[in-house]
Design a binder for this molecule. Structure first.
Ligand code: SAM
Length: 245
């Protein structure tokens, strides 16, 4: 059997690729990439030439079987995504599950991922956190998700696109309340920026400075005071209902 290597790649600054990832990319037989054109540029930068095959969300299921067959034939494969850690809001999960089921050895190499960098730099509590990835594009579903996690007391970490962030912030203010929030933008790149404040302050800032580039949106978990306030509200509703009945 061959072996699968999950290889994180830089999220901006090319110096963030690890020596181990570089060695692995040089040693494997095939590199499976989310976007082969994107990965060719990365490989070219590091003078690596390898056969590439595509592995993205639209062919993840079918392509997994193809890659598994290659692994069973004894080939070694590196999986990379466009940026950061494969499997984190990127393809990877299906292939790893298949490897576990079929007893194919694999290794996950450590490296860059936007979520952890943003969390640590945010100044919000890092003691406990919940990674939410992308919220749904559909407003109704997005709101449903926020409703589901509004009592969560861990720091919340979201990935978000610049053209949707204003709507998302608005929904968060409505559903989560005006909590502390941080936008971590263009991490490891030239115009890296952190916008910190209450959700409404961050919203206001973005109205005046429309955001560009990639961003992670974080907010605090529910505070003790908010929890007490919400419980009192529920209690009031209940007593009112008791009075009515
Ligand atoms: N696998 C990646 C990781 O480990 O972070 C995430 C891939 S996901 C498709 C892309 C999202 O990650 C972006 O929309 C953004 O929310 C976040 N992201 C990636 N690179 C970033 C950067 N340099 N600065 C801020 N956010 C980034």
């Amino acid at each position: 059997k061959g072996k699968l290597y999950i290889c994180p790649t830089p999220i901006g600054n090319l110096e963030d690729i690890t020596l181990r990832v570089l060695r692995t990319l040089k040693e494997v037989d095939i590199i499976a990439a989310e976007d082969t054109r994107h990965t060719i540029n990365l490989l070219r930068h590091f003078s690596i030439q390898k056969p590439l095959t595509s592995y993205h969300e639209h062919n993840e299921k079918n392509k997994s079987q193809y890659l598994i067959d290659k692994l069973l034939e004894g080939e070694s494969i590196a999986l990379v995504s466009d940026a950061g850690m494969p499997g984190i809001s990127d393809p990877g999960e299906v292939l790893i599950k298949a490897c576990i089921q079929q007893d194919i050895p694999f290794e996950v190499l450590p490296g860059a991922t936007a979520s952890i960098l943003a969390l640590v730099a945010s100044g919000l509590s890092t003691r406990r956190f919940a990674f939410e990835g992308f919220l749904d594009r559909d407003r109704k579903k997005r709101k449903e998700r926020l409703e589901k996690i509004k009592l969560e007391d861990r720091t919340l970490v979201f990935y978000e696109a610049p053209h949707r962030v204003a709507d998302t912030l608005q929904d968060m203010i409505d559903i989560l309340g005006n909590r502390e929030a941080v936008i971590a933008r263009e991490l490891t790149k030239k115009y890296e920026e952190f916008i910190r404040g209450r959700l409404n302050e961050v919203y206001q800032y973005l109205q005046e400075n429309p955001p560009k580039g990639e961003m992670v949106l974080l907010c605090g978990g529910i505070s003790l005071e908010e929890e007490v306030r919400r419980e009192q509200e529920t209690f009031q509703h209940l007593t009112i209902r008791e009075h009515i009945s």
